[in-house]
Design a protein around this ligand. Structure first.
Ligand code: TXA
Ligand code: MG
Length: 343
């Protein structure tokens, strides 16, 4: 057990929060901090023992590598062995922000961060508190999402506390996350750019800049047992509430009808604001219909709310897939363990 201190950085102790977070990181400890995507659990990325603490706190499989977070572009050079011109272009456009780039690693990055791969994932977050903490620490910060492995990612400090209280040294409260889903992960380590995880920087935006971008099969499909994953994170069941989730592709009327006939103890619907009436079962909304950015912000909190309400069987109405909607779909279909119904 660790003694977990919590500081609210939205109050007047913001400077204190940043100073203490930087100190904990330099001392090899663990800090939960806000980013614009989801909360992260951070450690000094150059210290293998500190990084090992992250895996222990989350119960994360060792073969799932971490993202190194930086606050300035200079740090990119020290972590990588080659930075292709496309990476610099994307950095100029999308950094700081919700884009992670996978690049050939340098010798400075410990195996604990990359899980022994010859690449490293790097991101420059835009959340001012995240950037100030990284800058004050003067280190790259390895940080996965601040949840227990397999649970929905945290978009509010309460979610982090549910999973990690007593397992980290400091938690910094920065309020709810503006994006709500984890960053887009793009590999630039191969010949053709490859989308490994969809996020708020969309495939359409990346293609507009780069021309060809391949989509990794694991983004939309279930990986075969034993298949090699380009992004090891994609082979694990993820984002899952405790309930069994089925993703239902249907219009509002059809969805309501489908759910009503399945009412029973522990049965819940996860759908849009407009769907909440007339379902015949309790409903939790993940945002307004047709507004993928708002759905992205609401999804993980909605999944945790279903747990809190004791849901055992959840019928989730599928989002539209364009733009950020692809990222929303990607998380939901994993939460559903790829169980899908098309009406
Ligand atoms: O928005 C985010 O990215 C958040 C915040 C805290 O920055 N972080 C986050 O980290 O989502 P995590 O560890 O939950 O997800 C990192 C993903 C995993 O799927 C991992 O497998 C993949 O990135 N990844 C990391 N390094 C990689 C590498 N070298 N090659 C391929 N995939 C990699
Ligand atoms: Mg995660």
């Amino acid at each position: 057990m660790r003694d977990t201190v919590t500081i609210d950085a939205m109050q007047d102790n913001r400077d204190e929060a940043i100073r203490r977070a930087a100190q904990v990181l330099r001392d090899g400890g663990l800090v939960v901090f806000p980013t614009e995507t989801v909360y992260g659990i951070g450690a000094n990325a150059l210290d293998p023992a500190a990084v090992a603490g992250i895996f222990a706190a989350k119960g994360r499989p060792r073969d799932n590598p971490l993202i190194a977070h930086i606050a300035d572009l200079d740090a990119l050079e020290s972590l990588t062995s080659r930075v292709p011109p496309e990476a610099l272009r994307l950095a100029e456009i999308f950094w700081p922000g919700p884009l992670t780039m996978v690049l050939p690693r340098s010798g400075l990055v410990p195996d604990a961060v990359t899980a022994g791969l010859d690449t490293v994932a790097v991101r420059m977050p835009s959340h001012p508190i995240a950037r100030e903490i990284i800058r004050a620490a003067g280190l790259p910060v390895a940080a996965p999402s601040a949840n227990t492995s397999g649970r929905p990612s945290p978009t509010r400090l309460e979610h982090c506390a549910e999973d990690l209280a007593g397992k980290v040294d400091l938690m910094v409260d920065g309020g709810p996350c503006a994006v709500g889903l984890e960053s887009t992960v793009l590999s630039l380590a191969g010949e053709i750019p490859r989308l490994l995880r969809p996020g708020a920087v969309t495939l359409e935006e990346l293609r507009a800049e780069l021309g060809v971008v391949k989509m990794d099969p694991a983004v939309l499909h279930h990986l075969e047992e034993g298949a090699a994953a380009s992004s090891p994170g994609m082979k694990y069941r993820h984002y899952a509430p405790r309930a069994r989730v089925v993703l239902v592709h249907a219009g509002a009327g059809q969805f309501a009808q489908y759910v009503r006939t399945r009412a029973g103890e522990g049965v819940f619907a996860l759908a849009f604001d407009e769907d909440m009436e007339g379902l015949g079962v309790p409903g939790v909304s993940y945002g307004p219909a047709g507004e993928p950015a708002a759905q992205a912000r609401g999804l993980f909190a909605a999944l945790r709310e279903l747990d809190r309400l004791g849901a055992r069987q959840v019928y989730a109405r599928a989002p539209e897939m364009g733009g950020v909607g692809m990222a929303v779909y990607n998380r939901l279909v994993r939460a559903a363990g790829f169980r899908e119904v098309r009406l």
